[in-house]
Design a protein around this ligand. Structure first.
Ligand code: COA
Length: 322
């Protein structure tokens, strides 16, 4: 049995920060941001009540409704995030409590922007072994809390949000998948956790923010992601043109356009939400999938290829039948 996605949902905070608004905070402008990234605006949490858990729960409830599945029917909840509200309990366990998904096992996965794909692959592996049959998979980020809002090279790029899917063990669904990691290049995109001040160690306790070597990440993305997609297509013996939609991690419009060029495919096959969401890390692919699904673009049997890359470094791709 393989994982078949039977429902989607998403949640974006109401507050929209436009490029013009950001140019009142840091030395930037709409022209620079749009021409370098394709981003016009992003959603940001704007009250204490809005956080990783609240967005994840809303996205999850919408996906469950779409799938016509009750929380108590879930036997697995996986959350991909690098921005949990708590170190422990996991966001997945907190969602389980909020939904009253009393029969589920719940845990988080940290694979940064590849996290949703890694979670989907983990669910698929569990389904193949027969251990679980019905899963909720959520990608959620409140990246705005780990961004340095005085660093113009990163603060304009990211946004907050959540995307969720419900997957069921079925004869058909995921057709093939690939994932990988290269920890040796991890230092080009990092965010340190809290420092240790135990009785033996005295450390500066300044909060650490996300640091990124943008050009190195860009080079990695435009090389690794098309390679990964091509390997997956070869593995599945499918022509690039047979895939109906490529749902790629939404980090930068130029990265997506470069991948489309390398695969010699029209941009119409590459739905975009980076323009209005920015980079929402683990949430970007499930939010995009929900947008495409709710826009009525998917039919039974549509072929979708989901792919992304991120900190770690990590990358992955999943080919599935809708
Ligand atoms: N507004 C205006 N100017 C800015 C700016 C901003 N928001 N951010 C950086 N700049 C400036 C830089 O200071 C630099 O100025 P200088 O030439 O005077 O030193 C200039 O713009 C060029 O900076 P550079 O970093 O070379 O720009 P770039 O063309 O590489 O674009 C990124 C930067 C971040 C958009 C690009 O590298 C990128 O998209 N990388 C991948 C990021 C990514 O995908 N991250 C997510 C991984 S999951």
């Amino acid at each position: 049995m393989r994982a078949k996605i039977i429902g989607t949902g998403s949640c974006l905070p109401d507050k929209i920060a436009t490029n013009d608004y950001l140019s009142t905070i840091v030395d930037t402008n709409d022209e620079w941001i749009q021409s370098r990234t394709g981003i016009q605006e992003r959603h940001l949490v704007s009250s204490e009540a809005e956080n990783t858990l609240s967005m994840a729960v809303k996205a999850a409830q919408r996906a469950l409704l779409d799938a016509d599945v009750l929380p108590e029917q879930l036997d697995l909840i996986l959350v991909a995030t690098v921005s949990s509200d708590f170190i422990t309990p996991s966001t997945a366990c907190m969602i389980q409590k909020e939904l009253n998904a009393c029969h589920a096992t719940a845990f988080d996965i940290n694979a940064a922007c590849s996290g949703f794909l890694f979670a989907l692959n983990t669910v698929d592996a569990y389904f193949q072994t027969g251990i679980y049959q019905t899963a909720l998979i959520i990608g959620v980020e409140t990246l705005s809390k780990i961004i340095n809002w005085s660093d113009r090279s990163t603060c304009v790029l990211f946004g907050d949000g959540a995307g969720a899917v419900v997957a069921k063990a079925s004869e058909e669904g995921i057709l093939a998948s690939l994932q990988g990691s290269d920890g040796t290049k991890g230092d080009i995109l990092i965010c340190k956790n809290r420092t240790n001040n135990n009785p033996y160690i005295t450390t500066e306790t300044n909060p650490d923010f996300l640091f990124m070597n943008g050009q190195e990440v860009f080079k990695f993305a435009v090389t690794k992601e098309p390679e990964c997609i091509q390997s997956l297509l070869n593995q599945a013996k499918i022509n690039a043109s047979e895939v109906d939609y490529y749902l790629l991690h939404q980090a930068n419009y130029r990265i997506i356009a470069s991948i489309a060029r390398k695969l010699k495919l029209p941009l119409e096959k590459f739905p975009i939400n980076v323009d209005h969401c920015g980079n929402t890390s683990a949430a970007s692919i499930p939010i995009l999938l929900d947008e495409v699904n709710k826009a009525g673009k998917l039919e039974e049997g549509s072929l979708l290829l989901l792919s992304g890359f991120g900190a770690g470094l990590t990358w992955g791709a999943v080919l599935l039948k809708w």
